[in-house]
Structure formats: C-alpha cells, structure tokens
Design a protein around this ligand. Structure first.
Ligand code: 5GP
Ligand code: ZN
Length: 114
C-alpha cells in the first residue's frame, strides 16, 4: 500500500533491523524502543488495524502469534516473560495504520496496564 511506512519496510524501500522474516510476517526492532527489547511483529499483508480483521484475513493472526513465540526465543525473553501490545485506532494510541504487535521485554514491567 502506498504511503504506508510498514509496507515500505516490508518491500525493503525503508531499512529496518530485522529479527525474523517468513512468507507471512516480518519482525524488526522498533525505531524508538520503549523497553530493552522492543520488536514489532507485522503481517506482510496490509491490514489497517485490529478492527479491519475479518473472516477473509484473520488467518494471519495465527501466523503472527507463531512469530511472536519465535521472536521471544530469538531475543531470549521467552523464559522470563514479556508483554504483547496491539494499539487500535485513535484512542488506542495507534500511530502507524498497518496492524502490528509490540513485543516488549528485557525488564520487569509494572503490572498496571496504564
Ligand atoms: P503504534 O503507536 O502505531 O502502536 O506503534 C508504531 C510503532 O512504530 C512506534 O513504536 C514507532 O516507534 C514505530 N515506528 C514508526 N516508524 C518506524 C520506522 O520507520 N521504523 C521502525 N523500526 N519503527 C518505526
Ligand atoms: Zn501497510
């Protein structure tokens, strides 16, 4: 999709520090990390947000979750634990309109969500 930062990262016209890539997803380090480990797991198909999931595209969610498990292992945060966040829409704080999952770890996080 034109003018989508994450589609440009997927096609390679914007560089990223890749952690994992397969046919369905790409995972790369967030440019502005909020924790010692902050990786974004992004489906390669352009989906605007969680709210744009439907019966035709929802299979990708399984692929994303499989990738999250792999990323946690690669980043060596799988045994200590980590947090997965999806921001959805304006009130959810979503700034990039291409569905993505934040994987945060490498430190003990506050149990409060907000
Ligand atoms: P959101 O606020 O939409 O949930 O998260 C978007 C995330 O994408 C932010 O954490 C932001 O730092 C990250 N981000 C925005 N532009 C880029 C970029 O060009 N490269 C990388 N690696 N991360 C980006
Ligand atoms: Zn996109």
């Amino acid at each position: 999709m034109q003018d989508c930062i994450f589609c440009k990262i997927i096609e390679g016209s914007i560089p990223s520090k890749k952690v994992l890539e397969n046919d369905d997803i790409i995972a790369f380090h967030d440019i502005n990390p909020a924790a010692p480990v902050h990786v974004l797991v992004v489906p390669k198909v352009h989906i605007d947000s969680l709210e744009a999931l439907n019966s035709r595209n929802i299979d990708v969610v399984v692929k994303v979750h499989q990738a999250i498990l792999e990323v946690a292992k690669i980043m060596n945060i799988n045994s200590k634990g980590y947090r997965v966040i999806v921001n959805c829409g304006k009130d959810g704080g979503q700034t990039v309109p291409h569905l993505h999952y934040h994987v945060l770890g490498g430190t003990a996080m506050n149990e409060k969500l907000l």
